[in-house]
Write a protein that binds this ligand. Structure first.
Ligand code: AMP
Length: 214
């Protein structure tokens, strides 16, 4: 049966990095609600402005809007088979909505926790930079680009620093994860659908652990 792979982990745990590798190497489409909202907020509409404000503060977008974009995105032909959700679900309501979607799509849910201790997350997030062209993720502390501020593969591309990777928003995002999203681990565990990987260490090693599970 095709799967909906759900990556669960705090902001900065590396869900996006791992989902991107699954996409690149295994052709499993990466569906990132964060990326979709970042795209959406560029428009010049009241809704886009609301999304922008909510994201910048580190709070969550409403469950219904989030479900709507996930549902729409996963109805495209490329997600007919197994796909990976990166950043969804993040609340108990979203988890329920996803159950419904999985039934409709005839897929089974497989949750994978990417576990990283809190103190490391803070540094990962505030130091994070990404290439606007290829999406490659750097970190000024642990994975600096060869030339400061620019992508290794796109030397003309000045790296982005996400608006919500500032200290205040990072605190809110980590708190929100603890309150709203962490309880989902127990939810998937109870139904025997949770697996866990250690998210510290080398990106390739973590990817290897995830590959063994899927
Ligand atoms: P991310 O890139 O996954 O860290 O997401 C960035 C921001 O997008 C979050 O802080 C939220 O404001 C919003 N967002 C992403 N995914 C969700 C979701 N599943 N539910 C609500 N808001 C979300």
């Amino acid at each position: 049966m095709d799967k909906i792979i759900v990556l669960i982990g705090a902001p900065g745990a590396g869900k996006g990095t791992q989902a991107r590798l699954m996409d690149e190497r295994r052709g499993i489409p990466q569906i990132s609600t964060g990326d979709m909202f970042r795209e959406m907020k560029k428009a010049d509409t009241p809704l886009a402005r609301e999304v922008q404000e909510t994201m910048a503060s580190g709070k969550l977008i409403s469950d219904d809007l989030t479900y709507q974009i996930v549902r729409e995105r996963t109805s495209k032909p490329d997600t007919a088979g197994t796909y990976v959700l990166d950043g969804y679900p993040r609340t108990a309501v979203q988890a329920e909505q996803l159950e419904q979607l999985a039934v409709e799509q005839g897929k089974e849910i497989q949750a994978i926790e990417v576990d990283v201790p809190q103190d490391e997350l803070f540094k990962r997030l505030t130091g994070r930079r990404s290439c606007p062209v290829c999406g490659e993720i750097y970190n000024i502390y642990s994975r600096p680009p060869k030339s400061e501020g620019f992508c290794d593969d796109h030397p003309d591309a000045k790296l982005d620093h996400r608006a919500d990777d500032n200290e205040d928003s990072v605190r809110t995002r980590l708190d929100t994860y603890k309150t709203n999203t962490e309880p989902l681990l127990a939810y998937y565990e109870r139904s025997g659908r949770l697996k866990k990987v250690d998210g510290t260490g080398e990106i390739e090693d973590i990817y290897g652990l995830i590959e063994d599970l899927i």
